[in-house]
Write a protein that binds this ligand. Structure first.
Ligand code: ZN
Length: 150
């Protein structure tokens, strides 16, 4: 288990140092901004959605290792996914990081399962996902994570 944890941490730091899909997309028809005041994480999610399918996904912003790695892993996972699948994945991810589900079957997103042991970091991990939801639902206001801890 310790080896696995170290491997997971390596993957998280790799995505932090070299975020995938970083930067605005050439073609974007959905966009939302999110902010996590607890940690200072900021993220903007860009999507290109056609016929209900996420053709491309990207993000920019600045934040801690967890928030950046989460946005990087998330945007990687979304490409080619239907909007409803993406929202279901968001819920499964949320259950994993809050500890109400194991996260088994979430593939590379499972590297963030360890966040459940650090409740104050859960919002860092879920910020990109809440912002994704706002982008898919065309919410005009930026997402601000509630300051209270769950
Ligand atoms: Zn953070």
């Amino acid at each position: 288990m310790n080896d696995l944890r170290e491997l997971y941490q390596e993957v998280i730091f790799d995505h932090y140092r070299k975020p995938r899909n970083f930067g605005r997309l050439g073609m974007t028809n959905r966009k939302a901004e999110g902010y996590n005041p607890l940690c200072g994480d900021k993220v903007t999610i860009y999507l290109q959605v056609e016929d209900g399918i996420i053709r491309d996904a990207g993000f920019d912003g600045s934040g801690c290792a967890i928030s950046t790695a989460s946005a990087s892993l998330m945007t990687d996972s979304l490409k080619g996914m239907r909007e409803d699948e993406a929202l279901r994945l968001m819920q499964e991810f949320q259950h994993m990081v809050t500890g109400t589900a194991s996260g088994e079957g979430l593939g590379k997103l499972e590297v963030l399962a360890g966040v459940r042991e650090f409740p104050q970091r859960v919002k860092c991990a879920t910020l990109a996902w809440h912002t994704l939801q706002a982008a898919l639902e065309n919410q005009p206001q930026p997402v601000s994570m509630p300051v209270s801890t769950e």
